[in-house]
Write a protein that binds this ligand. Structure first.
Ligand code: GLU
Length: 452
């Protein structure tokens, strides 16, 4: 059976690193086994779901490099949910309930006061047809609960291991609200069944839904059905243990992208967080897939440190060959004459930047205009420097030819020898290797800048 995973966000906001991690796990798991990865938009909540957020999620996944093979939208599938609901009704597995939220709240408070778990008491099962008719004549409309079996449900969770849930300890889940809209539970089970999802990989905040979903899938498809394999991963928390939710704005993929973070640094980090495996900067998804194993995830929440992401981002960027950044440099306005100059530029500047955008300032040093800095007392030295410039065309030995000759003719050495050249040629007292900068700046600009 070929593997199909699904990532099922609600388009009620943009993705953040925590959701991205779930998406990455789903995509990597499918990729590692030549399976398929589905994006399912859980957009049954028509008030909060928007097209713009749906498009944002698609853009974020594309940017991360997690293309999906299949896609579905729950708002297209109400017929399937209605059919499933009617089937459950015919089977006597759903029942109408009339309690208001306040009444349910009161029940729970009473149960707690008596030291009992706040599990729905199934009072609605006792209602006769007359009772129901009376309640409806009072203007109440029913919500519908699924009747759990009361048996123990077990599954082998890829992350959590053997799981056993006694469904008699759970409230029968509400499938349909009083206003007729579906809650998440039924549509999700119907979709997982209809789309032949083999692996449900999601956050452990959903572990409590699994027993009910297993019973729903079994009720709808019959005893022999293949239940998807579950993998509930611990959630991401901040490095200090606090919830990610407090920082969602700054941890959205959109703002990380705007901040110059490379998607592969995000993938490299979140694929390994929570496992004992080292985090390394990978430029290729294949390298991440190669070391990926869901069963290596621990049970503790994985800690996300934005500073670690930034460090990884710098490392990744600096490790990239010119071909990998050429297009992005071009879109910043850095247009090198040829591949060779481009490669030289990149080799020269990559050690001096924290994000790609930083390359622009260094490019401006090469292109000019540059305000040469010539300290009092260095004018004569720079005149000599102009005379000592090596013959053209310049190559990678030109800088050392130049400075050796200057040293001999002026007697200067060390900082005294080099710093005035750097300041005159770049306008700054620090920066990338002068040997390469000399070549990139080229004879015309070099001569002009030495003259001030
Ligand atoms: N729409 C649900 C969520 O965003 C999906 C949960 C699941 O993967 O089953 O949390």
């Amino acid at each position: 059976m070929s593997i199909i995973t699904r990532f099922a966000p609600s388009p009620t906001g943009r993705l953040h690193v925590g959701n991205a991690r779930t998406a990455l796990f789903c995509a990597l798991f499918a990729k590692a086994s030549d399976g398929q990865f589905m994006l399912r938009l859980d957009d049954t909540d028509s008030e909060r779901s928007t097209e713009a957020f749906a498009q944002g999620i698609i853009d974020d996944l594309t940017w991360l490099g997690l293309p999906y093979d299949l896609t579905a939208k729950q708002s297209d599938r109400f017929d399937a949910y209605d059919a499933a609901f009617n089937k459950l009704k015919e089977m006597g597995l759903v029942y109408a309930c009339y309690e208001t939220p306040d009444e349910l709240d009161l029940k729970r408070k009473r149960q707690r006061a008596r030291g009992k778990p706040p599990v729905y008491d199934r009072a609605a099962l006792e209602l006769s047809d007359e009772d129901k008719a009376k309640l409806e004549s009072e203007g109440r409309t029913p919500h519908w609960r699924f009747k759990l079996s009361g048996n123990k449900v077990s599954w082998q969770d890829l992350v959590r291991g053997e799981q056993l849930v006694d469904t008699s300890s759970l409230s029968d889940p509400v499938l349909v609200r009083a206003d007729g809209t579906y809650l998440y539970t039924l549509p999700s089970a119907v979709d997982d069944l209809d789309f032949n999802i083999t692996h449900i990989i999601r956050g452990e905040d959903h572990v409590t839904n699994s027993a009910a979903q297993i019973e729903l899938i079994t009720a709808l498809a019959g005893e022999g059905v293949d239940i998807p394999v579950f993998a509930h991963h611990p959630l991401l928390v901040m490095a200090d243990g606090s919830a990610l939710s407090k920082r969602l704005g700054s941890l959205s993929l959109e703002s990380l992208r705007e901040g110059g973070v490379d998607p592969m640094s995000i993938n490299s980090l979140i694929a390994r967080l929570g496992t004992p495996d080292p985090v390394e900067a990978h430029a290729e998804m294949d390298a991440i897939v190669a070391g990926f194993d869901l069963t290596r995830l621990g049970r503790a929440p994985a800690r996300f440190d934005p500073a670690e992401l930034q460090r990884l981002n710098v490392k990744l960027l600096q490790s990239l060959p010119y071909e990998k950044v050429a297009d992005r440099l071009l879109s910043l306005g850095i247009q090198c004459d040829d591949m060779q100059t481009g490669a030289l530029f990149w080799e020269t500047v990559r050690g001096n930047i924290d994000k790609l955008e930083d390359a622009l300032a260094l490019w401006q040093i090469i292109q000019g205009p540059v305000e040469s800095v010539i300290d009092a007392g260095d004018s004569a030295y720079l005149e000599t420097a102009l005379d000592c410039l090596p013959d053209e065309p310049w190559d990678e030995t030109s800088w050392s030819q130049w400075t050796t000759k200057l040293k001999q003719s002026t007697g200067r050495k060390g900082k005294e020898l080099f710093m005035p050249l750097r300041k005159a040629l770049t306008g700054q007292s620090h920066g990338p290797e002068m040997q390469n900068l000399l070549l990139l700046i080229g004879p015309t600009h070099v001569k002009n800048r030495l003259k001030g």
